[in-house]
Write a protein that binds this ligand. Structure first.
Ligand code: NAD
Length: 430
């Protein structure tokens, strides 16, 4: 049986999902408002480092995947899956405008009996209230009667080779039992394990629990890092020992601050919605406070390290190593490296960055003024020209032994220098 679906938003979530459906024999129309991405994908070219162009080429050539900006083509499909961004606005409140705009764009073309699934991370109620309203208004149809509606969160883990869309269990919640059955059947074609839950809201809340769990635990180890450091205890050694416990413990690691477009953002979707119910989210707020204080802690420690060599931050040359928010990815959105660079700059340092995966800074919503800045080259004269190198991301392709040979002073927020031979006082853990 041939099934035609559309996936709206061909980003870090929508593109791998499209390819997995296409590989499973479902015909996928990828829709995006970004004409450049659409053109690249139709030319069988990937724009995401960990997705190979050959994977796209295979599906385009087999006629299983094509991309378009024409939303009128929604009328040809049996299901629409929405994977558009859900950022925070300037006041750190949920911005679901991308979901609403997508709902408005697809509603007039929605076929009777079609299924619409939202995958974007969001607060409980988005699917069965906000999205449902725009879909019903724009289509003149009723959810659960004339079309099916569901929510199914994505669990993408970029750059993790074990993170395969096909084998990560997929939580699905429907607006009605029939919506759930329909969505489960569709995902069941491409994904091995489906986890049905009783409503869209439970599925939305499940995704938030997963991300809040990470945010709170990362805050905990960040706090312990500061406390143990004052006691001259290395938190990395402590975590390494603790994780030998075969039950009741799971390792989380400290860092220079939270990054990415999930963990620093998603918990605040719940905070905002909870207010409507007169509820406070104290764990989320506290974790946010601790995690956002990390860049300041790191820069203060860098100041101390420079001071030890008789230098001030003002007038120093500082290199931030790693712009991507996590190791081995090319995604630098919401990266704490931007905050670090900003803080050094404000204190009068000359700041550059090195990242093999981010040769030049693309335009971003939050850090527009860094657009066009280029990574420095990796060679001895360049690296040795900095007074301090701050390791913000532990990319596995960086030669940390060379770094120890070339750099006078290294501030390491990722324990990247743990197995590298260095001189006394050369590496400061932050
Ligand atoms: N990246 C991850 O690791 C990850 C993991 C789990 C969940 N999520 C969630 O999935 C959602 C998507 O995240 P992402 O990382 O794929 O984002 P992304 O920015 O990589 O991709 C979103 C895509 O949507 C497109 N788009 C924006 N507005 C549109 C519109 N109105 N119509 C059509 N296309 C539109 C953009 O051009 C872009 O290509 C977010 O809610 C995010 O929180 C992301």
């Amino acid at each position: 049986m041939n099934t035609n679906i559309a996936i709206v938003g061909l980003g870090y979530v929508g593109l791998p999902l499209s390819l997995q459906f296409a590989r499973s024999g479902v015909t996928v129309l990828g829709l995006d408002v970004d004409a450049k991405k659409v053109e690249l994908l139709n030319q069988k070219t990937s724009y995401i480092k960990h997705i190979e162009s050959s994977q796209i080429a295979a599906m385009v050539e087999a006629g299983q995947f094509s991309a378009s900006t024409d939303f009128r083509r929604i009328k040809q499909v049996e299901a629409v899956i929405i994977c558009v961004p859900t950022p925070l606005n300037k006041n750190r409140e949920p911005d679901i405008s991308y979901i609403i705009e997508t709902g408005k764009a697809i509603a007039p073309h929605l076929a009777k009996g079609a299924l619409v699934v939202l995958e974007s991370t969001t607060y409980p109620g988005t699917t069965d209230e906000d999205l449902r309203e725009v879909l019903e208004a724009g289509s003149g149809m009723k959810a659960g009667v004339d079309f099916h509606l569901a929510f199914s969160p994505e669990r993408e883990d970029p750059a993790n080779p074990d993170s395969k869309v096909a084998v990560i269990p997929k939580v699905v919640g429907g607006y009605t039992p029939a919506c759930l059955a329909r969505a489960s059947a569709l995902y069941g074609r491409a994904i091995k394990t489906i986890v049905p839950v009783s409503s869209c809201r439970v599925a939305e809340a499940t995704k938030l629990l997963e991300n809040i769990f990470r945010s709170v635990n990362i805050a905990l180890v960040n706090e312990l890092k500061v406390v143990y450091s004052a006691m001259d205890i290395d938190v990395w050694e402590v975590i390494k020992a603790a994780k030998t416990k075969p039950f009741g413990f799971m390792p989380f690691y400290p860092g220079p601050g939270l990054g990415g477009h999930c963990i620093p953002i998603d918990p605040f979707y719940l905070t905002w919605k909870a207010r409507e119910y007169g509820q406070n989210t104290r764990f989320i707020e506290l974790a946010g406070e601790i995690n956002t204080s990390m860049p300041e802690y790191v820069v203060n420690l860098a100041a101390e390290a420079l001071n030890d060599l008789g230098k001030a931050i003002k007038g120093s040359r500082v290199l931030v190593l790693g712009l991507a928010y996590k190791a081995d990815v090319d995604d630098e959105r919401e990266s704490p490296s931007y905050v670090l660079m900003e803080k050094f700059k404000v204190r009068g340092a000359h700041v550059d960055y090195y990242d093999p995966y981010v040769p030049v800074i693309r335009p971003t919503r939050e850090h527009a003024h860094w657009t066009g800045t280029r990574s420095v080259a990796w060679n001895q004269p360049t690296i040795a020209s900095y007074d301090l190198v701050l390791i913000a991301t532990k990319h596995s392709t960086v030669n940390y032994q060379e770094l120890a040979q070339w750099s006078k002073l290294i501030v390491d927020t990722r324990n990247a220098m743990a197995d590298v031979v260095s001189l006394p006082g050369q590496v400061w853990k932050a």
